[in-house]
Design a protein around this ligand. Structure first.
Ligand code: NAP
Length: 309
């Protein structure tokens, strides 16, 4: 059986694409991936998604989207795609369980925030450790936070957080920023931002209390360790789009994001991209949802033009 459309990913972009394509009789199959619900499922409360004046937990928002797609007949399977062959249509998609054929594909496999890799960081993710300043900054009104990283995202996050926080401390592993000079200068001249150079966070305290109270920091030059009090930790050491399996088949930017043209078309006819997998710039739930809608509409036109729906 060849499917009309397979959607890779079940975050905001994937489920919005599923709602639209199910309502257009495209009978979508959604392969949920290893992080069902995407990055939103890791975010405590979403306050900037229009339509929820009191906010909504991230997990609830993506679960609602899935329910909505199911109502119109979308099919979801908890499978992770390991290999695709896009060299000819129908495309072949192999998961750990099965190999599927599809006339079209909407890739909404998202991007994953890079983490430092500490047990304590993982334990407190969503409970004082965040990878999204835009999503969670508001909860730190009048408090002190640490931002880890030295790139443009870290500078942008640090500057953004000064809107709410009393003090923002950037912890960077070198004595020189990776960020563009303009962003670096802006952060350095902000009186609420201080820098701890040549240092890495080795532990977030205290998982036993289920709250962030401090970070343990090691100076990489002197090896000296200090405990630095903080109310929250924002990890801003980069995102990695989940595009590894498309290498060599779909055009990507130098950072590995899928390249799109004319809306949401990739360089392979019949293959579309939506959400963070192609969006290096905004990376918001609402922009991901919008692009899921756009990709589905483009896909519908494509299937129609081929007489497949
Ligand atoms: P990035 O440029 O790759 O910077 C990541 C930063 O995190 C670097 O300073 C890096 O340190 C540090 N880092 C990486 N792994 C680490 C680890 N395990 N522990 C501690 N520190 C670690 O990523 P980004 O800042 O997310 O930016 C990604 C791209 O988007 C860039 O091209 C950037 O210019 C662009 N961007 C632009 C804007 C803007 O123009 N407004 C805003 C956001 C992002 P090192 O420096 O030592 O490698």
């Amino acid at each position: 059986m060849t499917r009309k459309v397979i959607i890779l990913g079940s975050g905001c972009a994937g489920s919005t694409a599923a709602i639209y394509s199910a309502r257009a009789n495209m009978e979508p199959l959604v392969l949920e991936g290893i992080e069902p619900g995407g990055q939103l499922s890791l975010t405590s409360n979403i306050e900037n998604f229009p339509g929820f004046p009191d906010g909504i937990p991230g997990l609830e928002l993506v679960e609602n989207m899935k329910k909505q797609a199911l109502r119109f007949g979308a099919e979801y399977r908890m499978e992770n795609v390991e290999e695709v062959d896009l060299s000819s249509s129908p495309f072949s998609i192999r998961t750990g369980q099965e190999t599927y054929l599809a006339h079209s594909l909407i890739i909404a496999s998202g991007a994953s925030a890079q983490l430092i890799g500490l047990e304590s960081e993982k334990a407190l993710l969503g409970r004082g450790v965040s990878t999204c300043a835009t999503c969670d900054g508001f909860f730190y009104k009048g408090l002190e936070v640490v931002v880890v990283g030295g790139g443009d995202t870290a500078m942008e996050d640090a500057i953004y957080l000064t809107r709410f926080c009393e003090k923002v401390t950037v912890v960077h592993r070198r004595d020189e920023l990776r960020a563009s000079p303009i962003m670096g200068d802006r952060a350095k001249s902000n009186p609420k931002i201080t820098f701890i150079w040549d240092s890495v966070v080795t532990e977030v305290l205290d998982p036993a209390k289920n709250a962030v109270e401090a970070v343990r920091i090691r100076n990489v030059k002197s090896n000296e360790e200090t405990v630095y009090k903080t109310d929250g930790v924002f990890i801003a050491i980069g995102h990695k789009p989940n595009t590894g399996i498309f290498k060599g088949q779909l055009d990507q930017t130098p950072n590995g994001y899928l390249r799109v043209h004319d809306g949401y078309h990739t360089n392979v006819e019949g293959v579309f991209a939506a959400g963070d997998v192609h969006d290096e710039k905004y990376r918001q739930a609402i922009t991901a949802a919008g692009s899921g809608c756009g990709a589905s509409l483009e896909c519908e036109r494509y299937l129609e033009s081929k007489g497949l729906i």
